[in-house]
Design a protein around this ligand. Structure first.
Ligand code: NCD
Length: 305
């Protein structure tokens, strides 16, 4: 495999392979010196045209633990602010000699375009509303860590599905591994069409919560909304927030997940993030090992390029 642009590039078998590789990189990350020479001499560029805290730091940590060199590009301090195009930017960076680019952009499809322009491997770190494959992989890994398997597990993905690349990748990955996915949202926060999505839909969170093994909350992505899609955040929370009262309806073993950044008090109550089954920081921790696995798969196996 040369690029990771979508979960569909991997399929169930590819996801399983990433999970197996992740196991070995979790072991590396637990060592006193969490570093291996696997990608020595390779250069990875993080090319983020949109803000990020965890995804970017996670990829950079992953590359460093594999001994790759990492170049960091920030839009704010680059010639993009002088009007340079994405194509000229990536071609300039490639001319310096690189092996992989990790791309985030507010428009869907940019990582795919970049993969046509350059020879290096391209990893999608989030493109518009489209996909965020490494997030879905770390979510699969986190669920398996606690519940052993996704096969037959019932997962509710709750909230702003419409604007969520996380939801699109998660639906593909969870269902590829055999989970039953239910989207829970007000109709205004669902995509205009769900044709072909392997999901059920509900508008009633209270009815769904007692039945699920995983509740996955999404951030209200106000920066992507052109119009008021919910009457107010208070009313959103009243209908779809995981409040303390609602969390009491969960089974003891049900996992609470969130990709971050959280709006505490909106989609999730602050107290709920501290429950024993809230695995939000495990998601972040596993993100590093999962991204090591992805970098290894694309750059390290010798079969990729
Ligand atoms: C998400 C993103 O940027 O797609 N965050 C992340 O990468 N963990 C989700 C979000 O912005 O709500």
């Amino acid at each position: 495999m040369r690029h990771l642009l979508s979960i569909s590039d991997l399929g169930a078998e590819g996801i399983e392979e990433v999970m197996r590789l992740t196991d070995s990189f979790v072991e590396v990350s637990s060592r006193a010196i969490p570093k291996v020479p696997t990608l020595r001499g390779k250069t990875v560029v993080s090319l983020f045209f949109e803000n990020s805290t965890r995804t970017r730091l996670s990829f950079e940590t992953a590359a460093k633990r594999l001994s790759a060199d990492i170049m960091t590009f920030s839009v704010g301090t680059s010639s993009v602010s002088k009007g340079e195009s994405v194509r000229d930017t990536v071609e300039t960076i490639e001319a310096m000699g690189i092996d992989a680019v990790v791309v985030r952009h507010r428009s869907a499809g940019v990582p795919w375009q970049v993969s046509r322009w350059i020879d290096a491997s391209v990893i999608n770190a989030g493109d518009g509303w489209h996909e965020h494959p490494t997030q879905a992989l770390l979510d699969c890994y986190t669920i398996r860590e606690r519940l052993q398997t996704l096969d037959g597990r019932r997962v509710a993905i709750v909230g702003d599905i419409k604007h969520s690349r996380v939801a699109r990748s998660a639906v593909l990955a969870f269902s590829a591994l055999g989970a039953d996915v239910t989207l829970v949202a007000p109709p205004t926060l669902l995509p205009p069409s769900l044709a072909g999505w392997p999901v059920q839909v509900s508008h009633d969170l209270d009815e769904v919560l007692p039945k699920v093994d995983v509740v996955y909350l999404l951030r209200m992505q106000s920066e992507r909304m052109q119009e008021a899609l919910v009457p107010s955040l208070r009313e959103y929370t009243a209908g779809y927030g995981l409040t303390r009262r609602r969390a009491a309806q969960l089974q003891d073993s049900t996992l609470v997940m969130h990709p971050g950044p959280m709006n505490r008090g909106v989609e999730i109550a602050a107290e709920v993030t501290a429950l024993p089954n809230a695995v939000i920081t495990r998601q972040v921790a596993n993100g590093v090992a999962v991204r090591m696995a992805v970098l290894f798969l694309l750059l390290g196996s010798g079969t990729g390029r």
